[in-house]
Design a protein around this ligand. Structure first.
Ligand SMILES: C[S@@+](CC[C@H](N)C(=O)[O-])C[C@H]1O[C@@H](n2cnc3c(N)ncnc32)[C@H](O)[C@@H]1O
Length: 315
């Protein structure tokens, strides 16, 4: 096998970045919380060099072998370990969302893992997740406070533990308003019910894979707002078109809003997510999003980090 010179250079730089990251343990004062900036810098360099190696044509298995020691060190961060091991059988589960929303750090203070986790919690990749949830809460609130002829109904698909709905002040909910949560993970729905407080009285949960739950959901509709976050990132175009059409034709009321978010192309966190965790996201640009919605009244924006595309469809 011929190894191209640029691949050799990239391999050396990657190896140096792994060493530099691991040396943080000896070279920095890990007892000082501010050291997360230094560790974060070396973590970002590592991610950048992983990307450079991949783009220089270094095979994935070679990159994986070189970064293995760094990946093991990262596994001491509960955040990163959960995305390496998929405790619930898939990446990006509701527990991760809860952890990110709480800006928690589950690693032992004074360790390399603590600094990695702190630096992730201060980075754009977690901020975009919090931005998505805040945006969803605003959409729900807008629907509930809009002028009305009658009660309003909101469907959250792949709801997780409904961190968005939990941000809604119960005082804006009126008699007859209804929320429906659906998720493949029944534990996510149980946690939502535990944490929703007064909003539980207005909420129905439908456990199951959304593709099989469409019938029961349609019986509870039609809805004024349908929200999907954290699902399109894992759906190929065929599945995304299927879900989109079903939502628009079977679940949305005329005059309603269908909202979903996805990861924008050019995500700079792609490399650490894929090689230091086990977390692959399907990236889409605006054209790819619009291609899912031919002939529809669509607006596509980005969250403040630019990492998430926020799509609103007027039905
Ligand atoms: C990243 S969480 C997002 C939770 C919530 N929507 C939010 O905005 O924070 C993704 C959720 O999608 C759910 N999920 C994944 N595939 C699904 C499917 N095919 N049908 C229903 N839910 C699914 C997971 O169980 C998980 O709770």
């Amino acid at each position: 096998m011929t190894v191209l010179p640029q691949s050799m250079d990239a391999l050396h730089r990657l190896s140096d970045a792994v060493d530099g990251f691991l040396r943080s343990e000896k070279e920095f004062n890990l007892g000082d919380p501010a050291t997360q900036m230094l560790v974060g810098g070396r973590f970002r360099t590592l991610g950048t060099q992983i990307g450079a190696a991949a783009l220089a044509g270094v095979p994935d298995e070679d990159i994986a072998a070189i970064v293995q020691p760094a990946r093991s060190a990262c596994a001491r961060s509960p955040f990163m370990r959960s995305e390496q091991e998929w405790a619930r059988g898939y990446p990006g589960d509701h527990q991760l969302v809860e952890h990110v929303m709480a800006q928690a750090n589950g690693a032992a203070p004074g360790t390399l893992a603590w600094h990695v986790e702190a630096s992730l919690q201060h980075s754009a990749i977690t901020q975009q997740l919090r931005n998505r949830v805040m945006h969803q809460a605003r959409l729900i609130s807008d629907v509930l406070t809009a002028p009305r002829n009658g009660p309003h109904s909101v469907l959250l698909i792949a709801s997780g533990a409904a961190p968005d709905l939990r941000l809604i002040p119960p005082g804006i909910v009126r008699p007859g308003d209804r929320f429906v949560l659906t998720d493949v993970d029944p534990d996510a729905l149980s946690l939502a019910q535990k944490r929703l407080g007064l909003l539980n009285d207005f909420t129905t949960v439908v456990p199951g894979n959304v593709f099989r739950a469409l019938g029961p959901l349609a019986e509870l509709g039609p809805f004024d707002l349908v929200v999907v976050n954290g699902l399109y990132d894992y759906l190929n175009d065929r599945a995304a078109v299927r879900l989109t059409e079903a939502v628009l034709t079977r679940l949305c009321r005329p005059g309603s809003t269908f909202y979903f978010s996805c990861t924008a192309v050019g995500n700079p966190f792609r490399w650490p997510l894929e090689f230091l965790m086990e977390w692959s996201l399907i990236e889409r640009d605006e054209a790819a999003v619009r291609a899912l919605l031919p002939g529809r009244n669509v607006s596509v924006g980005a969250d403040p980090t630019g990492l998430a595309l926020l799509t609103h469809v007027r039905v």
